[in-house]
Design a protein around this ligand. Structure first.
Ligand code: C5P
Length: 409
């Protein structure tokens, strides 16, 4: 039901290189894409040939590299049409300021710019240039035009530049571009679905500066949000205090305590199809939080705690709950604890992992428990785990709606 292969089938990507130092990174990107099962067709501009040779890209992709609109390989002199029709997506990396200006103005005076203009598939570009070229109003105007035209702009990032300066304009790293391509190729399994996700820890104040919290980076919950967005869902992310950037396209609702989080969930729940509770909610809170900082007096102190509401249990026990997914981080006896938790909270699906392996890590291994039993998702990055989880959820949700439709007949 879940696949370990990041991309299914041979997807077809046209990789365009323009003349920037970052062109050397495009060679590594081509290799990563090929390893991921993507068929890469490379087109290079004249100036990119000063930075990297066609032989490199040809050897890495196993495909001939084209540079010339009049290439005799294309019998009808329509290289631009043939190449662009053959691609599911075009990625220009690096995209120079000059090439961006050309795209923004619809110029078509070499093979790459012509096929970008002639395309009927999405276009992604990864800008790379000196920081001042990036900040120039002309470049920013051109980028705004491209965004308006539906072009996806990946990066750039900030950092040391080949010219010796530091600032915005570094091309994203090949691994980051690979992730963007993977995201692009995700099947739109959750199109039209609304997903509510809780993520991160909660913080229960003891006094003005101290509190009780759980150890949670929020990375898994944010990865679930990203994967759901990639697959077409509308996403509301209710997040405890974390230092992560909200995934583009998600609606972020911030919450601090468990009671805040419950209030936010209740408020956002209407029309939710799928509720994924990844948050590490603090089980207890101090009976009362002091407004002032407590002074130490050299003696011990006793803190009286009361139980927090269980947000997931509340949602799952509503008369008509959304499809509810729980998370469990256990330190031992994963199977027994996870199954008990799924039964207690009446969840169709629970994802469990070992706390000591998962907290704060970039990789994790999730085990899913549902009515069919136990499914291991294998070890992978959190974003890849999240994609596998969402694929599993999509199957269960569609099975449930088929059952519901039959039940009504
Ligand atoms: O903490 P516990 O192991 O019970 O967490 C299992 C699931 O319940 C998780 O999905 C967590 O987000 C959720 N939960 C909750 N409210 C709580 C405690 C846990 O929603 N107070």
């Amino acid at each position: 039901m879940t696949s370990d292969k990041p991309l299914s089938g041979a997807r077809r990507l046209l990789l365009g290189l323009t003349g920037g130092v970052a062109a050397y990174k495009a060679a590594e990107l081509a290799r990563l894409l090929m390893n991921d099962g993507v068929n890469v067709q490379t087109v290079m501009t004249e100036s990119s040939l000063h930075f990297v040779g066609t032989a490199t890209l040809q050897a890495l992709t196993g495909n001939p590299v084209f540079t010339d609109p009049w290439d005799p390989h294309f019998s009808n002199s329509m290289a631009h049409i043939e190449l662009s029709r053959n691609a599911e997506v075009i990625l220009v990396a690096p995209a120079t300021a000059d090439f961006i200006a050309k795209l923004a103005n619809g110029l078509a005076n070499d093979l790459l710019s012509t096929l970008c203009l002639a395309r009927d598939c999405p276009l992604l570009i990864a800008p790379a240039m000196n920081r001042q070229m990036w900040e120039h109003p002309a470049t920013q105007r051109n980028l705004a035009q491209l965004r308006g035209d539906g072009v996806t702009i990946l990066g750039p990032s900030s950092g040391a530049q080949a010219c010796g300066e530091t600032g915005m304009g570094r091309m994203l790293e090949p691994q980051e571009l690979l992730e963007a391509v993977r995201a692009f190729f995700q099947p739109r399994l959750l199109q039209g679905k609304r997903m509510l996700i809780t993520a991160g820890p909660t913080y229960e104040a003891i006094d003005a500066v101290r509190g009780i919290t759980n150890s949670s980076s929020g990375k898994m919950g944010y990865a679930v949000a990203r994967a759901a967005l990639e697959m077409g869902a509308e996403v509301v992310l209710v997040s405890g205090p974390v230092s992560l950037e909200s995934p583009a396209g998600a609606r972020l609702v911030k919450a601090t305590s468990a009671r805040d989080m419950l209030a936010a969930v209740e408020h956002e729940l209407g029309n939710t199809d799928i509720f994924v509770s990844v948050a590490a909610v603090a089980d207890y809170r101090p009976v009362s939080a002091k407004r002032q900082k407590l002074k130490k007096n050299g003696e011990g102190m006793t803190l009286e705690l009361v139980a927090n509401p269980d947000i997931l249990e509340y949602v799952a026990s509503l008369p008509r709950p959304p499809f509810c997914v729980g998370f469990a981080a256990e330190t031992e006896d994963l199977d027994r604890n996870a199954k008990a938790k799924r039964n207690k909270k009446k969840l169709p699906l629970l994802a469990a992992n070992l706390a000591q392996d998962a907290i704060g890590a970039d990789d994790s291994e999730l085990i899913l428990y549902d009515d069919d039993g136990r499914h291991s998702l294998g070890k992978a990055s959190k974003i890849e785990q999240a994609r596998r989880l969402i694929r599993h959820i999509a199957v269960l949700v569609s099975r449930r709606s088929i059952d519901a439709a039959h039940g009504h007949c």
